[in-house]
Design a protein around this ligand. Structure first.
Ligand code: FES
Length: 251
């Protein structure tokens, strides 16, 4: 993991909730990040432009694709106050790539009260490997604009009870499920989604159901223990071992 800089090349307003920001990056490690890995970002440059200290901690940004050889695209909530030409400082890559099973046929992505950006990072590579993808949007995630997703991705908006037509088939036929939830209380939110899934598919095996954890990451390098997560075989750090953890193993 390295500190590097990037320049904001372009900002596109996707809808009332979402921005796509194109970053010209200097470090090859950023361009080579794999799905699951992210960057911790502070707007400004310690050697030039004044750094912004609101928010105080670096923000976690997720790369949803590449635009050209040196430009990557990240997806942010519309609240982000950014300007074209600004410099940002990056700490990347943070975390481990998602651990996919061999012989994947279908992957289910679920976003509950959260933008699905951490899940969207895996869409290009899975489609390239002919994996079928379904994205289920629950709660406030239902307002996410999916027009920028490839048409091959099946998009489902769940109802207020977090249910949808043919959900038994969707849940039982999938090889792996990745879930992202609101950061207000991640363990509780994962539990809510787990309840919905386990009613339709009890006795879920290991390595099927993965939660993508996004606690605040003060250091991002495993030095402060602020992101510690209790799992069956001990304590893991989200910034080093995560962000995805097998939900059957999380205590
Ligand atoms: S953020 Fe400091 S140990 Fe993970």
């Amino acid at each position: 993991m390295k500190d590097s800089r990037a320049r904001i090349e372009r900002i596109t307003r996707v809808n009332a909730h979402t921005l796509h920001v194109d970053l010209a990056v200097e470090d090859d490690a950023v361009k080579l990040m794999k799905p699951g890995q992210s960057m911790l970002v502070r707007v400004g440059d310690m050697h030039g432009e004044q750094q912004l200290w609101t928010p105080y901690l670096r923000e976690q940004w997720w790369m949803i694709g590449t635009v050209s050889r040196d430009v990557v695209r990240v997806e942010l909530p519309f609240t982000a106050a950014l300007q074209t030409g600004q410099t940002v400082q990056l700490l990347a890559p943070v975390g481990q790539p998602y651990r996919f099973r061999r012989n994947l046929g279908h992957v289910l992505l679920i976003a509950y009260n959260a933008m699905p950006s951490p899940l969207v990072t895996m869409v290009p590579s899975l489609l390239k490997n002919n994996v079928n993808l379904t994205l289920v949007l629950m709660g406030t995630a239902r307002s996410y604009d999916t027009q920028t997703l490839p048409p091959e991705v099946e998009v489902i908006r769940a109802d207020d009870a977090m249910e949808w037509d043919a959900m038994v088939r969707t849940i039982s036929e999938t090889d792996q499920t990745f879930i992202v939830v609101a950061q207000d209380d991640e363990l509780m939110r994962f539990h809510e989604v787990l309840d919905v899934i386990q009613k339709r598919r009890p006795n879920i095996a290991e390595n099927v159901l993965w939660g993508v954890f996004r606690p605040p990451l003060p250091c991002g390098v495993g030095a402060c223990d602020a992101c510690a997560l209790r799992v069956k075989d001990g304590i893991k750090l989200v910034c080093v071992d995560g962000p995805a953890f097998d939900l059957t193993q999380v205590k």
